[in-house]
Design a protein around this ligand. Sequence first.
Ligand SMILES: [Zn+2]
Ligand SMILES: [Zn+2]
Ligand SMILES: [Zn+2]
Ligand SMILES: [Zn+2]
Length: 185
Amino acid sequence: MKRIKLFALLLCAFIIPTIMLMAGCNKTKTKPQPEPEPHVHVFSAWQQSVPASCTETGLMRRDCVDCDYFETSTIAALGHNFEDWHETTHPTCTTGGEQQRSCLRCGELEKETLQKLGHDFSDGWKFSKTEHYHYCIRCGTKADDSKAMHNFSLNEGNECSVCGYDRRSDVLTFAKTGGGGLLFC
Ligand SMILES: [Zn+2]
Ligand SMILES: [Zn+2]
Ligand SMILES: [Zn+2]
Ligand SMILES: [Zn+2]
C-alpha cells in the first residue's frame, strides 16, 4: 500500500504539473502565426503537345515551374492549304470539264465540275452553194435555226443579200457581215 501512495504522490508532484506545463506550452504555440503566402503559379512558355492538322485540333500546355500544376489549351485546326485549281478535263461546248486542287499539307484532293461552255455562235456566216448559216466559233457546229437558203436578190440575182455569197464565183468569198465565209459543198 505504501508503494501505491508513493506512486500517487509522484503522480501529483511530477506528472500532473508536466501535463499542465505541456498544455501551457501548447497554448503558446497556437498563437496566430502569419498566413503563408498563397502559391502563385509561374508558367513556362506554351508548348505544343499535340500538333494541329488541317482538320483536327491540336493541344498545347504550359507547366508551373514550381509545382505540378499545368494548363492546356486547344489549337484550332489549320484548315487545308490548297494550291490553285488546275483543269484536268477541259470543258467543251457540249460537255462539262473538271478541275482539281490538292492540299499542300495533307494532300486532300478536291474536284470540281466545270460547266459545259455552250456554243458561241458567230455573227458572220458560213455558206455552201445553196445555204448560209451561223456557226460556233469554237467547234464549228452549225446553228440550225440560222440556216437558210440564199436570197439571191443582189447583182442581178447572183449575190445573196444576207451572207454576200456570189454564185458566179466558185472561189472563196468573204461575207459582207464580216465573218470568214468558207465554201462548203
Ligand atoms: Zn504552381
Ligand atoms: Zn490539308
Ligand atoms: Zn460549239
Ligand atoms: Zn446567203
